[in-house]
Every structure is written in structure tokens, then in C-alpha cells.
Design a protein around this ligand. Sequence first.
Ligand code: AMP
Length: 196
Amino acid sequence: MSARRLLLLGPPGAGKGTQARLLAAQLGVPVIATGDMLRQAVAEDSQLGRSARALMEAGKLVTDELVIEVAKERLNREDARHGFILDGFPRTVAQARALDALLQKLGVELECCVMMVVDEDEVVERLLKRARIEGRSDDNEVSIRVRMREYREKTAPLAEHYRKLGVLRETSGSGSIEQITTRIEEALKQGAEELA
Ligand code: AMP
């Protein structure tokens, strides 16, 4: 499994964050999760946090402009030079195009986009459970519905973008954490073989 520039794509609650952390530890690369960065900005009540808060709480996507800036700054840092796992960015076609342009400028390529395919009802259940455990302010039923709609309308079309680039690998996001990790590793190996 040699790919080190990866993107995990999938609806909210698909388990991207968990899998991103596990893969990152294995590969020795950082996870770049715009959702975590934005939550931190909200907690710090920075200007970015103040611009993002209301949209996040409603379950809506933050504007492309803001989030592209956040992602750019992070990807330009030294520790992302030798690889990264993107979790939650890009989420729109405009963001994907901005990422393509940035990576081109950095002289690197996204090696694999792993699409985690899950059943919507299963995911909503997971999110409600997470709401009870973690108490995230955007994990309530109304916001969860909005987030799923935002995903379907704006983010799911990215599969086509990455399919055209030849880096899309689809994998089932159902089952235990271990089962999903194994499937992602297989998808990555398959990708590496196809590219070899
Ligand atoms: P997440 O933790 O990835 O589910 O993100 C939580 C929230 O942060 C989302 O519901 C959005 O409001 C915002 N967010 C995170 N990443 C992005 C992104 N790439 N584009 C727009 N909004 C984002």
C-alpha cells in the first residue's frame, strides 16, 4: 500500500474520521479534516469561526471560499509534503477544482479517492448515536437531515470528478471498523496495482 495522498469520500457518519486516523497512523501522514479545523475555529471564536458557526450548526456547507482558504493553508504546511489523508474536503465541485489546481502547483497528485458507500438509514442511526455520546452541536435530527441533503446534492457528484481522473475506488462502509479498514486497504492495493 504505497499511496500516501488520499481522499476519503462518503456521507456524514460513514466513518471517514475513524478510518482516516487509522490509515494516517499506518502511513505516517497527517489527516486534514476541515470539519475539525472549523470546529476549532468556532471554539476559539476566531473570525473564521464566527463566519462558519451558524452554517455548521444548521448542517449547511460553509462557503467554498472560506474552506478552500483553510485547506490551502493546511496543505501548504511542511508536514503535508510527503502525504496526507483528506477527510471532509473537498465537498463541492468548486472545492475539488481548487484542490486539483493546488496539488498541481505543489507538483503532486491525489493517488486515490476512496468512496465509502453506506446505507442512508444506517448512517442517520450512527449519527444519532454519536450525538448522544459526543454531544456535537450539529448532531441533532434536523441538522443531520440537512447534512445528508447537502451531501447528496453537492458532494456525491464528486465521485464522477474522481472517476474521470481515474482515481476513484468504491468500497462498502458497512460492518465493523476492522472490516472497513481491511476493505479500504484492499481498495488501495487494487489502485496501486492498476497504476503500476
Ligand atoms: P464534518 O466534521 O466533516 O462533518 O464537518 C462539519 C461541518 O463543517 C459541515 O457540516 C460543514 O458545515 C462544515 N464543513 C467541513 N468541511 C467542509 C467543506 N469542505 N466545505 C464546506 N463545509 C465544510
